[in-house]
Design a protein around this ligand. Structure first.
Ligand SMILES: Cc1cc2nc3c(=O)[nH]c(=O)nc-3n(C[C@H](O)[C@H](O)[C@H](O)COP(=O)(O)O)c2cc1C
Length: 329
């Protein structure tokens, strides 16, 4: 372990990237009154009494001189929805403030909206920091919102979510020792899926829908008319029998109709039933957001999509362009 002095800058950057931070945009006005702003992850707290914070600006930044001359600057802690804004302020030169709604703050420095927290500061000290200048500011005012903060770690953006007890990469080793335990991924995915489905099964039961009926009708709400073969291609991965018997039953109940070419479409009743079933799914989703948190659900969605991409054997795309170039056709 250990890197020699005079380290390879890339290796140093990668090692520093293991230290996760938030992402901020720092804004000010130059002596002529023009707005300046940069994305900065070097922000940190220094002191509570007196209230002091710091960040460092690269000497190579176009706005470096403006910041070192400015008496005031504002630090905006970005929210998970402000990744595009972070990228915009990390690009040199462009009119970074174009189209942004600004607020008047306590000083001449501009205030951005939609952030997780904001700190309005007066420059207290400026220190030489090698290829950066370290600016320490006294906090004159601050506010915070309910927006979850955006993070930056290992060179990329990330979402924070509180750690569940007993979750670690070491759990994999435990799985090898005991064949079956509560950290086995199949168990967690399966149990979560089944418990989640149980929450809207009463609605399925009201309409006499089996899981297979639900899979077929929800797919048809996206793609129709559809043939039995195409249905099987899409739904084979579910392992449930969505074959002719199931379709004949749905046809018998007048939830789907078959045309002369053997293609199926939803009937008016079929559409009503699936809309109600999908509304029940939405309600369960909203309940989960309330219990677990919007950021956690966004993070779960992100991970599930990655798991699906990593395990998908090449299924046809349900939400992509249809064969005739019509969305979902
Ligand atoms: C996540 C992230 C964090 C950054 N942190 C800093 C920082 O702390 N200090 C800095 O000077 N530049 C930082 N940068 C780079 C600047 O945002 C970038 O160089 C910007 O173009 C400087 O603006 P300017 O040259 O128009 O003044 C960061 C960029 C990103 C994407």
């Amino acid at each position: 372990m250990g890197q020699p002095l005079n380290p390879d800058p890339r290796a140093l950057r990668h090692a520093l990237g293991m230290f996760g931070t938030g992402v901020t945009i720092v804004t000010a006005r130059d002596p002529a009154g023009a707005l300046v702003g940069v994305t900065a992850s070097s922000f940190n707290s220094v002191s509570l009494d007196p209230p002091l914070v710091l960040w460092s600006v690269a000497r190579s930044a176009w706005s470096c001189q403006a910041f070192t001359q400015a008496r005031h600057w504002n630090v905006h802690v970005l929210s998970v929805d402000q990744e595009a804004l972070s990228n915009r302020f990390a690009r040199q030169g462009a009119d970074k403030f174009a189209g942004l709604e600004l607020e008047d703050g306590m000083t001449e420095a501009p205030l951005l909206r939609g952030c997780s927290a904001r700190f309005q500061c007066r420059t207290q000290f400026a220190y030489d920091g090698g290829d950066h200048v370290i600016l320490v500011g006294e906090v004159l005012g601050f506010d915070r919102s309910h927006h979850a903060p955006l993070l930056f770690v290992k060179g990329g953006y990330a979402i924070a979510n509180p750690r569940a007890p007993d979750v670690s990469t070491a759990a994999e080793a435990a799985v090898e020792e005991e064949l079956f335990n509560e950290n086995l991924l199949g168990f967690l995915l399966g149990r979560a899926h089944l418990l989640y489905m149980n929450a809207f099964r009463p609605t399925f039961a009201q309409h006499g829908l089996s899981d297979a009926d639900f899979y077929i009708l929800s797919l048809m709400s996206l793609r129709q008319p559809i043939s039995q073969v195409e249905l099987a291609e899409h739904l084979g991965f579910t392992g449930v029998d969505t074959g002719g018997g199931c379709l004949r039953q749905l046809e018998g109940r007048r939830l789907v109709a078959k045309d002369g070419q053997g293609l199926y479409t939803l009937s008016g009743d079929g559409l009503r039933v699936i809309v109600e079933a999908l509304a029940a799914c939405k309600a369960v989703q909203e309940d989960l957001v309330d219990r677990v948190g919007a950021v956690e659900v966004a993070s779960l969605r992100n991970l599930l999509k990655r798991v699906i991409l990593a395990t998908d054997p090449g299924l046809p795309k349900v939400w992509g362009q249809g064969p005739q170039g019509r969305p979902g056709s």
